[in-house]
Design a protein around this ligand. Sequence first.
Ligand code: HEM
Ligand SMILES: *[C@@H]1O[C@H](CO)[C@@H](O)[C@H](O)[C@H]1NC(C)=O
Ligand SMILES: *[C@@H]1O[C@H](CO)[C@@H](O)[C@H](O)[C@H]1NC(C)=O
Ligand SMILES: *[C@@H]1O[C@H](CO)[C@@H](O)[C@H](O)[C@H]1NC(C)=O
Ligand SMILES: *[C@@H]1O[C@H](CO)[C@@H](O)[C@H](O)[C@H]1NC(C)=O
Ligand SMILES: *[C@@H]1O[C@H](CO)[C@@H](O)[C@H](O)[C@H]1NC(C)=O
Ligand SMILES: *[C@@H]1O[C@H](CO)[C@@H](O)[C@H](O)[C@H]1NC(C)=O
Ligand SMILES: *[C@@H]1O[C@H](CO)[C@@H](O)[C@H](O)[C@H]1NC(C)=O
Length: 215
Amino acid sequence: MKFALPASLAVGLAAAQNGSVDTWAPGGPDDYRGPCPMLNTLANHGFLPHDGKNLTQEVITTGLGNGLNFDASLTVVMFNAALIANPEPNATYFDLQMLNVHNVLEHDASLSRSDAYFGNNHVFNQTVFDTTKTYFTDELLTPDMLVNAKVFRQVQSRAYNPNYTFTSVTQEFSLGEVIAPAVAFGNITSGVVNRTLLEYFFGVQSPPALSCHVI
Ligand code: HEM
Ligand SMILES: *[C@@H]1O[C@H](CO)[C@@H](O)[C@H](O)[C@H]1NC(C)=O
Ligand SMILES: *[C@@H]1O[C@H](CO)[C@@H](O)[C@H](O)[C@H]1NC(C)=O
Ligand SMILES: *[C@@H]1O[C@H](CO)[C@@H](O)[C@H](O)[C@H]1NC(C)=O
Ligand SMILES: *[C@@H]1O[C@H](CO)[C@@H](O)[C@H](O)[C@H]1NC(C)=O
Ligand SMILES: *[C@@H]1O[C@H](CO)[C@@H](O)[C@H](O)[C@H]1NC(C)=O
Ligand SMILES: *[C@@H]1O[C@H](CO)[C@@H](O)[C@H](O)[C@H]1NC(C)=O
Ligand SMILES: *[C@@H]1O[C@H](CO)[C@@H](O)[C@H](O)[C@H]1NC(C)=O
């Protein structure tokens, strides 16, 4: 359908008991979405629960496995890193909206989201992404271009956001986020990713009225 991800984004799609590239619906008013464009997309496609709630290790492993062909050992590491977002002690799940809390996992200088200091820190922000795209100078994005965009966002935030926060932990997660699209649907060896696919993924081709739900 019109809003479905290109089939090439669904690398190695297994016989999907849940979710498909052909089904897509944005989150409704009772559904949770967060700052991660990929987790939101997987929920919109039903690879993760459409309501964005109760994401257990099993649900994340199945969703990232079916949707992206991610290896279970990698998704377990990612899941365990995400559990800190759930304020309950010894939590065994998280909800997508828990990821929105600033300076837990969500951080400043995102590629497509505003700093919390300036406004909403978790919905797609066209103004922010337009500045990021300035550094996408070819049809195939190299790691240098992706890093240039990220470094620009950091300089911009450091210059204009008096509350700018960027810790070593933020840096580690940011490196993962910058390379994640190449891992998911680019060339994992060279780190090169197709610009059209990356921009589609971030939601720039979605109708403005829907863009806050898309990713
Ligand atoms: C359990 C799995 C995952 C968790 C808990 C997670 C969590 C997050 C969080 C909290 C952010 C917000 C960071 C910020 O403030 O910008 C984020 C951003 C991001 N995530 Fe994920 N993520 C997961 C998996 C993935 C996967 C598989 C991809 C593959 C493409 C991905 C791609 C991204 C990208 C590209 C961003 C950066 C968005 C931006 O800078 O605007 N994530 N993720
Ligand atoms: C996947 O499908 C099973 C059986 O149809 C269902 O019980 C489960 O809730 C679904 N999971 C997700 C993540 O949609
Ligand atoms: C969350 O999922 C687990 C495992 O599927 C289930 O046992 C639990 O009842 C669910 N919790 C809620 C609040 O739906
Ligand atoms: C959380 O786990 C720790 C270590 O296993 C345990 O000591 C503690 O009682 C648990 N807390 C809750 C609220 O279950
Ligand atoms: C987008 O981000 C810019 C820069 O942080 C901010 O000024 C603007 O209010 C944001 N737009 C929306 C719709 O939140
Ligand atoms: C401001 O900075 C402090 C300290 O780093 C941080 O705890 C807080 O979440 C930040 N608030 C915003 C809106 O950026
Ligand atoms: C991926 O990048 C590697 C290293 O540059 C290259 O050898 C390989 O041909 C590329 N694969 C594809 C499918 O383009
Ligand atoms: C990027 O992907 C799009 C959509 O699949 C495709 O049409 C285009 O040819 C690709 N660009 C390059 C440079 O491979």
